[in-house]
Design a protein around this ligand. Structure first.
Ligand SMILES: [Zn+2]
Length: 425
């Protein structure tokens, strides 16, 4: 059981001692230092949003860890943090890391587990006396969750050229603060943001360790797994147009009630996803006029659907749309469906994945995931792999997200083995 964040260890640069203790002791110290930052007292969840005070505290912690280990610290043109062992310019670097920001009232592990494990794995390798033949870097990618500006993986998307400076400048938070304004207020220069191919070209392999956001490892009885792919996923907006009318005086047979059609569509989505072994969720809805005594004129629902492969996802979404149209015809509703976003499947590089499996003894489970990651963004430009650590609750993006300290340490040792295998040849 990981100690609660209420009793943190004093925040100090005890890294050399931690390194001497190896990965397990180092993990414990690092985890408890970081745990109180951005934790909300009422919910017990984390509110570490990009370019806020909690984010700045996380970044200060990262920098202190880098400097106390004698690593070369730098911030790239997109505000991502880097800690280098060896020459950052030499090329063919082995890079590991994740993110420190959170969703609203997020869990402690999504992101921070990867960053903390990276420093702990380095301490483990130093305690083993490892000799590095390639540069090694630890990263903290900025704004991974997109909690503040509504777009996920901003730091890695910018670096990979998948988000332009112009588009990034249009991003605004709920208070109308733009991304460049937020960066500037946090002391970073937004002028320089944009694609960073030179930096990515210096990376020979990127390995992200992450808490599992599901229960596959719990069910298989394994502490650590390797990612095969990130499922393709998309968002579709369903607009059900009916006719507003009085909830008391309009006879049922005279109604054109889009809420009925929407409700039938939600049930269809659940059924089609279950049939296909996929997932489909209506998690957001807007209603007009949104009055308790009014039949709605418009119900707008957003479908998020993901599946292991493109064909399955297409099957599910096509079937949901077909069901929605059939109900709409019956209910006298006009339906419009718009695909708002789509991310194709990300297959992690097979050679690197096989290499990780070989390093870890050849019997590590290989799993797909329905969640997006910086590693998925970078995989377009860099050989990329992911390690997952068991999460017995299967819950993520919630304070119930959990990994036992034993399992976290198993993750640290697996990451250390992988980094040793890749960077110490
Ligand atoms: Zn994450």
């Amino acid at each position: 059981m990981i100690p609660t964040p209420e009793a943190p260890a004093p925040r100090s640069a005890a890294a050399p001692a931690a390194a001497a203790r190896g990965g397990a002791g180092s993990f414990h110290t690092l985890w408890n230092e970081l745990a109180p930052i951005g934790r909300h007292a009422d919910s017990g969840g984390y509110r570490r949003y990009a370019w806020t005070g909690a984010d700045a505290d996380c970044r200060a912690w990262f920098r202190a860890q880098a400097e106390s280990r004698g690593l070369t610290y730098e911030v790239d043109r997109n505000g991502n943090q880097w800690a280098w062992l060896g020459d950052p310019l030499a090329g063919d670097a082995v890079v590991t890391g994740s993110h420190l920001d959170s969703v609203p009232d997020g869990g402690a592990f999504d992101g921070p587990l990867g960053v903390v494990s990276s420093f702990a794995a380095l301490d483990e390798l130093r305690s083993r006396g490892a000799a590095f033949s390639r540069p090694l870097a630890i990263t903290n990618f900025g704004d991974e969750e997109g909690a503040r500006f509504g777009l996920a993986c901003v730091g890695s998307r910018l670096a990979a050229g998948q988000l332009t400076k112009e588009k990034a400048y249009e991003l605004r938070d709920g208070d109308g603060v733009s991304l460049p304004e937020a960066m500037e207020r946090a002391g970073y220069d937004p002028e320089t943001i944009g694609a960073d191919p030179e930096r990515l070209a210096r990376i020979g392999a990127f390995v992200e360790l992450h808490v599992e956001q599901g229960r596959a490892l719990d069910l298989s009885g394994d502490r650590v797994g390797i990612a095969s792919a990130i499922w393709p996923h998309g968002r579709w907006r369903f607009d059900f147009h009916g006719e507003a009318n009085h909830a008391g005086t309009t006879r049922l047979v005279d109604r054109r009630d889009p809420m009925l059609t929407y409700a039938a569509t939600v049930l269809a989505a659940r059924q089609e996803a279950a049939l296909a072994g996929a997932v489909a969720t209506f998690g957001k809805i807007s209603v007009e006029p949104n009055g308790v005594n009014a039949i709605p004129s418009l119900v707008r629902g957003w479908l998020d659907s993901r599946a292991a492969d493109q064909a399955t996802l297409d099957t599910v979404v096509t079937a949901v749309e077909k069901a929605a149209r059939e109900h709409a015809d019956r209910d006298g509703i006009d339906l419009a469906v718009v695909r708002e976003s789509f991310t194709p499947v990300v297959e992690f590089e097979h050679a690197l994945r096989d290499e990780l499996n070989r390093i870890l003894g050849g019997s590590v489970p290989v799993l797909g995931t329905g969640a997006g990651h910086d590693a998925g963004i970078l995989s377009a430009a860099v050989p990329t792999a992911m390690l997952f650590v068991r999460n017995p609750t299967g819950v993520s993006h919630s304070p119930r997200e959990f990994a036992a300290e034993d399992d976290c340490v198993a993750g640290v040792l697996a990451l250390a083995d992988v980094l040793e295998g890749l960077a110490c040849r």
